[in-house]
Design a protein around this ligand. Structure first.
Ligand SMILES: [Zn+2]
Ligand SMILES: [Zn+2]
Ligand SMILES: [Zn+2]
Length: 314
């Protein structure tokens, strides 16, 4: 058990204020038994999947966002599964009779980016080249089975989510995106295996909150997860009433007489991903910006973790 390394503190009521300004959502709502809401998802879960788009991760999740948003792939990045939706998008240009093949060639080349651009190479823009370029593009990326295979592979490689709400959101978004693409490529996604592996990507408590009656179809499972994420987000932004961080049975942490040993308090703080310096959530002691001074012994540790008065004052 580590003790706080450079443990500053704040005093008495101030400490409680700081303590109680932090969220204690894990104790306050039925949907968040162990959630520590709002952690920087980018740190815990950088996506290994280059072709998902940022807009899949942020903004408000509404049901529509996940069930009917079109696959608007305006540029082709070389991910096999993006070729079909991209080519569909490009149809308006490909079939446009007022454009010359050179115009189309110019436009198509500009839309092939990243890995696609590298693989196809830089072509001289001519009327003749357009047909050849389109042929090569389809030859290289147009295999539906291959796209499907790569989608399944990437779906399988997705790591299970941690307890953090942003990680849960990210995991749900990534899976929803893959499932949407699989459907787009003609796959039936509503089968027991996909339902299981979808649910298994979430922590137990998220899984447990998916009602039995929703588990019969992937769409209702996706929806149930969305509803939960919405609740978690609302819970995370709502300011909960102050509650003892150790036992949850009374208002101020500094008044706790139920959990008296410093060792036990540290264990609880560890389990709840709390900062051992200011007891806040969303960061750990090494990143804590707060200067704390113990009310009792004036050392740099949190008053609630003072060993000099342990069992005496506590
Ligand atoms: Zn208490
Ligand atoms: Zn802190
Ligand atoms: Zn002290």
């Amino acid at each position: 058990m580590a003790t706080p390394e450079a443990p500053p503190t704040i005093m008495g009521t101030e400490a409680d204020e700081a303590i109680n300004n932090t969220d204690t959502t894990e104790l306050s709502t039925m949907v968040t038994p162990k959630a520590e809401p709002v952690s920087p998802a980018s740190e815990t879960s950088a996506s290994p999947l280059p072709s998902l788009h940022d807009h899949d991760y942020d903004g408000e999740e509404s049901d529509e966002h996940f069930t009917s948003a079109p696959l608007n792939i305006t540029h082709f990045d070389g991910a096999y599964w993006n070729f079909k939706p991209f080519w569909e998008h490009f149809q308006s240009i490909h079939n446009n009779r007022t454009l010359s093949p050179s115009d189309k060639m110019y436009c198509l080349q500009a839309k092939c980016i990243g890995a696609a651009e590298q693989k196809l190479g830089k072509w001289k823009v001519t009327d003749e080249a357009y047909g050849e370029f389109v042929k090569l593009l389809h030859y290289t990326y147009g295999d539906n089975d291959l796209a499907v295979q790569k989608l399944y592979d990437s779906f399988d490689k997705l790591k299970p989510s941690s307890d953090y709400i942003n990680h849960i959101r990210l995991t749900a978004s990534q899976m929803d995106h893959f499932l949407k693409l699989l459907e787009y490529h003609g796959e039936s996604i509503d089968n027991g295996m996909i339902r299981q592996s979808y649910m298994n990507r979430f922590p137990e408590w998220v899984k447990d909150a998916i009602p039995q009656k929703a588990r019969g179809s992937i769409k209702t499972i996706q929806k149930a997860v969305r509803v939960q994420i919405g609740r978690l987000k609302r819970a995370a932004t709502r300011k909960p009433p102050p509650q003892c961080l150790f036992c949850g049975k009374h208002k101020y942490t500094s008044d706790c007489r139920n959990v008296r040993s410093v060792e036990e308090r540290l264990t609880l703080l560890h389990q709840r991903h709390r900062c051992l310096n200011c007891l806040g959530s969303n960061h750990f002691a090494r990143d804590c910006k707060k200067e704390v001074i113990c009310y009792h012994c004036k050392s740099n540790h949190n008053t609630a973790l003072c060993r000099s008065i342990e069992g005496d004052y506590f």
